[in-house]
Structures are given as C-alpha cells and as structure tokens.
Design a protein. Sequence first.
Length: 450
Amino acid sequence: MTAFTVALVLVVAAAGLLRWRRPAWYWLAFGVTLAALRVLVRYRSVMDACGLTVPPARWRLVLARAVSRPIPEPRPPRIRRLRPTRTGLVLRLKLRPGQDAFDIAAASDRLRHSFSMFGVTSREVRSGVVEVRMTGYDVLKRVQMPAETETRPMRVPAALREDGAVHYRDYRAIPHALTLGATESGKSVYQRNLVAGLAPMDVALVGIDCKQGVELFPLGRRFSALADSPDAAAELLDALVARMADVYRLIRTQQRITVDVPDAEIAADIWDLPDDLRPTPVVVLVDEVAELALYATKEEERRRDRIITALVRLAQLGRAAGIYLEICGQRFGSELGKGITMLRAQLTGRTAHRLNDETSANMAFGDIAPDAVLAAIQIPAELRGLAIAGDASGGWHRIRAPHTSLRQAVNLCNRYADRTPDLPELAPFRPTTGTATEPVPSAKASPAPV
C-alpha cells in the first residue's frame, strides 16, 4: 500500500509538472483521456443546461402515454464521432430537427466552461452536421507546427490557429492579401514564414522593401527581383504589368476553342496551360505599403499615382496571369490617398497583428468581419506574432506564426537559391549577391570577453 501511494504521488506530481512546463506533453499523456471521459459523462446534462436540446418527437410522447411510461427526456445532438488530436478533441455532431449551427456557435463559451476546456470553436460541415473543435491548452502560447502538413502547390502553412489547426496561405484560393501590424507586432516574422514556405516551390519571388531593403534583401538569393526605393518600385511594378499582358497573350494563343477540344482543356489562366508552356507564378511581397503612397512634391505625387495604379491593376487582373500580391504595412487608411480603398477591395485575405489605432482595424475587417475589429485592437503587446486572420467569407480566427529568425530564413533561401527563376523582364531588378556560403547555425551570440 505504501508503494502504491508513493507511485500515485509521483504520477500526480509528474502530471502537475508536465501541465505547468509542457502542456502539450501533459495533454497527450493524461489530458486527452480525462477530457474525453469528462465530455462523455457530462454531455447530456451540459447540452440541456446550454439549451441545446429539443423536445422529444410527438410520436414518442403518444407512445409513452399509451404504454404508461415516463415521458422521454429532451434530446441533445447525437455524437457521430469523438476524435482526439494532439491539441484537443473534435466532436462531430448530428443536429436534431429544429436546431441550427448558430446555436452551437453561440453556446461555445458555455461549452468551454462546462467541459473545462481552453477553447471551443464550431463550424458547419454540411447541412445538419456540425464539427466542434475543443482545445485542451493554449496552443498559441508556444507555437509548435505539426511535423506533417498538407503539401500543395502555392499553399503555405503560415501559422497555427487557436483551435489547433494549421492556417494555410493558399494563393490559388485567395490570390491577394493584406497584412497589417504595428512595430514589434510580429508582422515581419509572419512575412518570413511566407518566404520560407514559398522558397522550395516553383515560384518567383518579387520584393518591394522601401526601408532600404533591410527586411527582404538578406533573403535576396531566392528573389527574382527586389526594389528598395519608391522609384525602383514604380519601374518594377510597370515591368510586372507588362509581364501580365504577355502572359495573357500566351493564354489567348493556347485557348484553342474548337468543337473537338474538351471543356477541361480550354485555358483561362496559367494553371490550365500545359506544364511545358505554363509561365512561372509570381508572388509580390510589398513591405510598408504606406511608403509607396506618401508624397511631398508634385513629382512624388505623380510617382505615387503610378505605383497605386499599377498595384490596383495587378490586384484586379493578376490572378489569371499567376501574379499574387502580399501587401504589408503598419498603417493602412483612406488618408493614404485615392486608389487605396480600391486596392483594399481586391485584397481578399486579411491578417491584422497588434494595431495602434481602430482605423487600421476597420480598414482590415470593417467590410468583411466587423466582429474581428475589436479582437484586432485588443491584442496585448507582449504577445508578439498573435494576429487575427479573416477573408471575404466573413469568418475569422486567431493565429500565431512560429518564430523564424532572420538567420533561419536566410539559410533556407540560400539552400533553395538554385530554384530562383530568371525572368527576362525582371532581370534589371535582380538583386546582386556574392557567392553562396554554407548555412550558418542559428545560435545566440557569445558574450563579449571581459
């Protein structure tokens, strides 16, 4: 008995230590089993208390009265599947007649407290079926991306969502995006994760960094073109517009709209072309877009109008030509001048890190998800990298990108430097770099000798 007591105390102490220092390990070792039992035991009473039950069917009441049996209890949604994950539990529920997916979403906070989980989110899988994802711990406190993620062309695992799922930046589904964030909010780390995810793919990277290139030029071995000033950015964007026109001419010549050509072979964008004819897709990363829109003289104003016009053209017409925009900045408002709101309307994906003003949050989410505006301005300063991600569908969720240092991103770009395509129209903007060197291990600098 003494040995059993000692062993039990050691197990409890180990569980408490894991829960404090390594919540992911605690969840896999102890938490998932306890949470599954807690959900199954409390399920009916919790659903009844949250108002997620429906009265029994009329024929059941008639049958109960006919045979003098107790009246059946209200019925909760039926559990179709309970699946444990590395971060929580996933419940697949079959709704009863008269229930709605919004009822489950509205009761998510009450379900979180009742099941003693860290977070609860829900989504409608199909008519009558709702998936409830419950997280057992704060997955955004220490981001650990899964070892295996879905691989697909032009689809980058950029961050981790608050429900434990991976947040993907899918350029074919959401061609253009806007990323906002104040200084020291984690915006640059998010941008590095995008570059690191795109580096192994067959894609041309084009960068515009008006901070004299301090953010993007260290990654220059993987970039086909870089601009470090508004003047160079104007020339580069004009070259991209010209490339877009050339790609459309190529698509037009390859459409072959005749009676004997199957519908699936009629080309409407670069992804419908044969592999040997398909132009290389281009991802344009713009850092600090406000620098492109500011002006102080008439000449700078003409340059600014030229830049914004080119960006709007690429946003409106670039998707089919395989040109995708990733616009980043600290501030984004209508005071940046004409054309800014027109540009924003074409940027389907929206990501907002910590913002200093509500106006930028409104520019990011006011037209697609008003509920996300308040969440964006409430991000604490100490949680760098935490962001709100949404799109034109109206849905939004919290995400956090794993920390990627500049050295790690440089090493990755150097490793895949041989995959950098050489585009003739962008050759004048190709960054000049020295000979490639071996990757340097990421390590903290040694203290200076005393």
